[in-house]
Design a binder for this molecule. Structure first.
Ligand code: SER
Length: 595
């Protein structure tokens, strides 16, 4: 079945079953706890918690949509056979309407009846398969209901009931952002043409709410949230080995090779990167994102530069042909594209990047040999990606391999977080971690005091304004700390006084500041606050503020952090909120100073 038909059939099937058809929300979400929209349920979050009323807004307790999604976590994997940054997610949702029985039957009927695919296996949540200490074990029972429903359906249809399997952590959907609805899932697997078992549909039963301390409470009205990637479903339906062999991508190539012979010569990996990234670039620009150096804008810039480099490598500006084709294929599916806007953003970034490339190549020409380490250094200083270094490096980069480069890349991600504290303390060292900026030793002492004060401030804000407060950004100079956080209104004077009072109280108690290094999972389990937009390495440090000699479990504040911090809160001095203001919808900014 071609992708257009799949989209239609999906909406039609659920409409027939009483679902209100909703269009995709923007890739740039209202929800400040995520950078970009990653799932269909996001636009409906407040219907699960009961803050909004679906019956009133949609005339139904259930909806269906095809959502534009973007997952940053997969950027570095793109190029293999199955990863994408941008994709479309088919989903049906229930907010206190139908539950497990209907949701599972719909899933079965759509896959086997409408799509005419054969189910290879399904999985249901069993806490016995979850490691001890994991938050998903906190009082979540075996999903026996789903287990029984699937076995009944399979028995009715002559399918072996042994195909209903019990699984652990993969069958529990965590909230998007720091807190939110979550619950056990059941997943449907279909065999690919190459015999691999592919997870095609994730059906989530939102029975719980996870708060910022990782505690689960039952939601008053449980809901259903499902997600099925269009690209994967098309791959299975079209009997092709990879998502890039579906009409969603092959249509973009078509007869293009006559015009861009160079594309034919590119490696499969490069072709996939080009096609995936260009699709994402167009949708991001169309949703208002512009390339720059922070957050979603930086992601767009990264994607653009990554593909533009192929034009330099091939000395052929062939990408525009693909831009036109993608715009044509996707126009009016989710929105009407303004081609002239997309192209002008494209051209502007292209000319900016030209400078970077030229500087990078100059640097490269000065190097005598290029191994993984020096290649990575060059990448960091100039932005030249691996492909360009390999190509322009010629013989000098003869022994450089992608594996070695990737290893260096990973190593660095970890060092750059863990290393901050170590580097600190050297005389005259410029400290710029992105969060802290200081020059002289004197200045470094000041930012360190403000840094610990910022952790106390973060926790105090949560104490006073509630667990919905999450860090959106932080910037510390010797003069002040600037802390951005999610909160929907102006703080009252009384609230500001309270927050100041708590911070100063914790300073007066002269608590100890220590850290423990642990795996990311362990750290999450401690309930330590973290900056949810950040991708953390496997091992992280958790800085905590606790009474003298007492452990992390007694801590007032716990955060994922690279340091540096004071050793005792008494060193901080008097804290004061100098200003509280808005910085965009749902985000507030506090400037704090020390006396
Ligand atoms: N939210 C779930 C997912 O993204 C189901 O839609 O997989």
């Amino acid at each position: 079945m071609r992708s257009n038909e799949i989209r239609e059939k999906f909406l039609e099937y659920f409409k027939k079953n009483g679902h209100a058809v909703r269009s995709s929300s923007s890739l740039v979400p209202d929800d400040p706890s995520v950078l970009l929209t990653t799932a269909g349920m996001q636009q409906f979050k407040r219907y699960y918690t009961g803050e909004l009323d679906a019956e009133k807004d949609f005339g139904s307790l259930s909806t269906v949509s095809i959502q534009k999604c973007f997952r940053t976590s997969d950027i570095d994997e793109v190029g293999d056979e199955s990863h994408l940054t941008f994709f479309e997610m088919l989903g049906n949702f229930s907010f206190g309407g139908y539950f497990k029985k209907e949701a599972i039957r719909y899933g079965f009927e759509f896959i086997t009846g409408v799509m005419e695919l054969t189910i290879e296996a399904v999985t249901v949540f069993d806490p016995a398969k979850v490691p001890d200490g994991d938050w998903r074990k906190n009082g979540v029972p075996f999903d026996e209901e789903s287990y029984v429903i699937w076995r009944e359906i399979f028995a009715e249809n002559g399918i072996s009931v042994d195909k209903v399997k019990r699984e652990g952590v993969d069958n529990f959907w965590g909230p998007t952002g720091t807190e939110g609805p979550c619950g056990p899932t059941t997943e449907i697997y279909v065999k690919s043409v190459e015999g691999k078992s592919i997870e095609v549909w994730n059906i989530v039963f939102n029975e719980f709410y996870r708060d910022s301390a990782m505690k689960l409470t039952k939601l008053p009205t449980p809901g259903v949230d499902t997600g099925m990637g269009l690209e994967r479903l098309a791959m299975l339906s079209q009997n092709v080995p990879t998502i890039f062999d579906t009409d969603l991508f092959t249509d973009l190539i078509g007869d293009v090779l006559e015009q861009v012979s160079i594309f034919d010569l590119m490696l499969p990996r490069a072709k996939r990167i080009v096609l995936d990234h260009l699709r994402a670039i167009i949708f991001l620009i169309a949703d208002g994102v512009r390339p720059s150096n922070k957050e979603a804008e930086y992601i767009l810039r990264r994607l653009m530069r990554r593909v533009i480099v192929y034009e330099y490598l091939t000395n052929d500006s062939f990408l525009e042909i693909f831009l036109h084709r993608i715009i044509k294929k996707y126009n009016n599916i989710h929105q009407k594209f303004d081609e002239s806007v997309i192209l002008s953003v494209w051209h502007e970034e292209n000319s900016k990047f030209l400078k970077t490339v030229q500087n990078g190549i100059k640097e490269l020409n000065r190097m005598s040999t290029i191994d993984a380490q020096s290649a990575f250094k060059l990448y960091e200083s100039s932005g030249l990606p691996y492909e360009a270094i390999k190509e322009f490096g010629g013989n000098k980069a003869g022994t450089l391999t992608r594996d070695a480069f990737d290893k260096e890349f990973k190593k660095h991600q970890e060092i750059s977080r863990a290393g901050v504290a170590k580097k600190f303390g050297g005389h005259g060292l410029i400290l710029d971690t992105g969060e802290l900026k200081a020059g002289s030793e004197e200045e470094q002492k000041k930012v360190t005091r403000l840094h610990t004060a910022t952790h106390l401030l973060h926790q105090a804000l949560r104490d006073v304004l509630g667990g919905g407060v999450g860090q959106m950004g932080s910037d510390i100079t010797p003069e002040r700390t600037r802390f951005d956080f999610t909160f929907s209104r102006k703080m009252t004077d009384e609230e500001k006084k309270k927050v100041e009072g708590i911070v100063n109280q914790k300073i007066a108690e002269d608590l100890e500041v220590r850290f423990e290094e642990m795996s990311k999972e362990e750290a999450e389990r401690t309930g330590a606050l973290h900056f949810f937009k950040e991708k953390y390495p496997e091992r992280v440090k958790v800085y905590y503020v606790a009474p003298k000699g007492k452990g992390i479990e007694t801590a007032y504040s716990k955060e994922f952090c690279g340091g540096p911090h004071v050793t005792h809160t008494g060193e901080i001095g008097q804290f004061r909120i100098a200003k509280e203001e808005a910085v965009g919808a749902g985000t507030r900014r506090i400037r704090g100073v020390l006396a």
